[in-house]
Ligand binder design. Structure first.
Ligand SMILES: NC(=O)c1ccc[n+]([C@@H]2O[C@H](COP(=O)([O-])OP(=O)(O)OC[C@H]3O[C@@H](n4cnc5c(N)ncnc54)[C@H](O)[C@@H]3O)[C@@H](O)[C@H]2O)c1
Length: 279
């Protein structure tokens, strides 16, 4: 293998991905497998985990993909996973904090539009925060501590969003013939969680660096996933490249950020958004 490719080589490493049954989780896993790592796929969606693992196993040997139901908002669930991993004699070298609740913006049929700041329910705030931000903290606490303790170091990668650096453009979600106070919006939680993850990334980047644990964030722009033509057109018009991302376009970034290819990168937020955030 050439020296360049050797820096990306993850043979012998194990990566744990949260929210691995979702659209991007499985892509992150495929990228890491391609670089030679083994993966522990975790999610609350049991059926989704099985189908993700089935897809991935069609191209790699079975020992390299492990699945584990894990709720990132519950410390007990994370500890159980850590024990299971230990029982399997695995060591987590890479943690990808990817799980999130991304409520799709849609017309609310009720009497009020609950996505709007004025009406946003505290239970939704708490629930989304528990998964997207507290979940990343708890997983870093458990798996990051283990990386710091075991003398091998590791990498924590937080999956944020272009909305970690941009305010949502609420015009994207506007609906015709709907009153102003009933217009749906991207909820406040998404912006707060994604900006919070960047703070967590910076904190972690220095906390265990003497133990060889690096931390960075990846901020993807919107991925095309069958959204309406109107939405795609509106969003594409805000992106210099004139289109949304394909779901596999973050794979190389994952391979870079989770390997020695990025050995001197620490505490940064890599925004990959077709140029949207430079406008
Ligand atoms: N898809 C995009 O356009 C896009 C753009 C920018 C950033 N992101 C970010 O990328 C990440 C992945 O996004 P996605 O599009 O794959 O989302 P997704 O909704 O397809 O997947 C999220 C996964 O998280 C899981 N999950 C929910 N609650 C959980 C919990 N309590 N514990 C464990 N897992 C839980 C879900 O079951 C789901 O499988 C998210 O952090 C998202 O904010 C996505």
């Amino acid at each position: 293998m050439s020296e360049i490719f050797e820096r990306f080589n993850l043979t012998g490493k194990t990566a744990l991905i949260t929210g691995a049954a979702g659209l991007l989780g499985i892509e992150h896993a495929a990228a890491l497998l391609e670089s030679g790592a083994s993966v522990v796929l975790t999610d609350i969606d049991t059926a989704g985990l099985s189908s993700a693992s089935e897809k991935l196993l069609s191209s790699v040997e079975s020992t390299r993909v492990v699945t584990q139901v894990m709720d990132v908002s519950q410390m007990s669930s994370i500890i159980t996973t850590a024990r299971e991993i230990e029982n399997k004699d695995l060591r987590i070298d890479i943690l990808v904090n990817n799980a999130a609740i991304d409520p799709k913006v849609k017309e609310d049929k009720g009497m009020i539009e609950t996505s709007r700041l004025e009406n946003f329910p505290l239970e939704q705030w708490d629930m989304q925060m528990a998964v997207g931000l507290t979940g990343a903290f708890l997983c870093s606490q458990v798996f990051g501590s283990a990386m710091a303790r075991n003398g091998k170091g590791g990498i924590i990668l937080n999956i944020a969003s272009d909305l970690s650096v941009l305010s949502p453009d609420q015009r994207l979600y506007r609906q015709d013939n709907v009153d102003e106070n009933m217009q749906p919006v991207k909820p406040v939680t998404y912006s707060v969680i994604k900006a919070g993850l960047i703070g967590l990334t910076r904190y972690l980047a220095t906390y265990w660096i003497d133990k060889g644990v690096r931390s960075n964030a990846l901020s993807p722009g919107g991925v095309f996933n069958g959204q309406s033509d109107e939405f795609v057109q509106r969003l594409s018009s805000l992106i210099p490249m004139g289109r949304m991302a394909q779901k596999n376009e973050y794979r190389s970034a994952i391979q870079f950020l989770c390997s020695d290819a990025s050995a001197y990168l620490n505490g940064q937020n890599i925004v990959i958004d077709g140029g949207r955030s430079v406008l």
